[in-house]
Design a protein around this ligand. Structure first.
Ligand SMILES: *Cc1c(COP(=O)(O)O)cnc(C)c1O
Length: 382
């Protein structure tokens, strides 16, 4: 087999995607036009939320989410240390404090028990919110987190960047798609090319709250609106009612998002097939992320754990397999170290980090390529 190099993830752009972009380039609107609205409507339908709001990237979306839900300097928010830095950084944008609770050593998700312990170890009103992450595509049990959040009057943001298409079954036997807004206040998605849906850059916020949707919309466009104006000087007149940003997605990107979203139905199925093959090969031999019962993993990543991670990483690279580490724990990053985060209670996260490796996982990975990856992992392990 002629192996050109197998990355851990890659986008899938077809002629159809290219045509959609070219068509939009010839249309009247390059931004703030009908493609953005169409993408938002289709995305809301996909996840089953009432509202969806396209943004320039998920980091911008997380920033708007904490602003809309409310953050003051010193407010404390809990998230997982095993995530991309952006899940925590949004709290810092609002000058809030990030508190990390440990992960579950089997699912790698923010541990509900550890989060509960942390909250209950502090006086009432100590924390402001929780940001759980559907890590690697595995949905967090938001039903539990929602109860906890309600009990302690906390807001809840679901970082669903890894999980468009994932779902869990709740205690009423209902399918709850990631980002459907039934449990979290806001869901956040990313359209960076390593994620499921590629827009170049891009993101989506989902919610079931009209009030939040309105706030988020206003903040996405400078805080400028023509609705509910205090004065009106004529047809041209608008008001800036809040300090907002320009976090818009373009029509060009949205056109790509629409055709990409269409592919995600099959894409997630294919990701699950790939995961099944990996599990079949590794069962009892190599540890991998445990799936929660009653949940459907969207498989952004397929993570295994090995004793000699550096050795395997280098061996795979020599064989043109570009596995990756997700993630360096956020509290270990120099910025967070500097502002004084210690790691005393994050033992699972640190152990996980010393052993984790993400193997190639994307819909266009061929059967032969996957067999080659599995063969090389075994070659090293033996
Ligand atoms: C990728 C990612 C983000 C940030 O997404 P961008 O669109 O690149 O800003 C946030 N959280 C998680 C968990 C991610 O994987």
């Amino acid at each position: 087999m002629n192996i050109k190099g197998i990355p851990y993830g890659r986008q899938n752009i077809s002629e159809e995607d290219i045509d959609a972009v070219v068509e939009t380039l010839k249309a009247d609107f390059l931004t703030q036009g009908p493609k953005v609205t169409e993408f938002e409507e289709k995305f809301a339908e996909y996840v089953g939320s009432k509202y969806a709001l396209a943004v320039s990237n998920a980091t911008a979306g997380l920033h708007l989410s904490v602003l809309a839900l409310g953050i003051q300097p010193g407010d404390r928010v809990i998230t997982t240390p095993i995530t991309f830095a952006a899940s925590a950084n949004c709290v810092r944008y609002g000058e809030g404090e990030v508190w990390f609770a440990d992960i579950d050593p089997e699912t790698y998700l923010l541990s509900y028990e550890k989060t509960k312990e942390l909250i209950e170890s502090k006086p009432k009103g100590f924390f402001k919110g929780i940001i759980p992450v559907d890590f690697a595509g595995l949905p967090v049990d938001l039903e539990k987190f929602k109860k906890l959040a309600e009990k302690h009057s906390l807001w809840l943001i679901e970082d669903a960047c890894h999980a468009p298409g994932g779902y869990f079954i709740d205690s009423n036997e209902k399918k709850q798609h990631c980002g459907n807004g039934n449990y979290a206040d806001i869901g956040v998605f990313s359209f960076h090319p390593v994620k499921h849906i590629a827009c170049g850059e891009g993101g989506m916020l989902t919610t079931n709250s009209e009030e939040l949707y309105k706030k988020l919309s206003l903040l996405r466009t400078h805080g400028i609106t023509k609705e509910g104006m205090i004065e009106n000087h004529g047809g041209w007149y608008y008001e800036m009612q809040d300090l907002g940003y320009n976090y818009r997605l373009t029509d060009i990107q949205s056109a790509l998002g629409i055709t990409q979203l269409e592919k995600n139905y099959k894409g997630v199925e294919r990701r699950n097939e790939i995961a099944k093959e990996y599990k079949k090969a590794f069962q009892g031999l190599v540890k991998y992320q445990k799936n929660l019962e009653n949940s459907y993993n969207a498989y952004h990543l397929f993570v295994i754990e090995v004793e000699d991670r550096l050795g395997l990483y280098n061996f795979l690279r020599e064989n043109k397999i570009y596995a990756q580490v997700h993630y360096i724990p956020v509290h270990k990053l120099p910025y967070y170290n500097e502002i004084g985060y210690n790691s005393a209670n994050l033992k699972n996260a640190e152990k996980y980090y010393s052993r984790c490796l993400s193997l190639p996982m994307y819909p266009t990975l061929t059967e032969d390529e996957q067999k080659y990856v599995i063969k090389k992992v075994f070659e090293f392990a033996q």
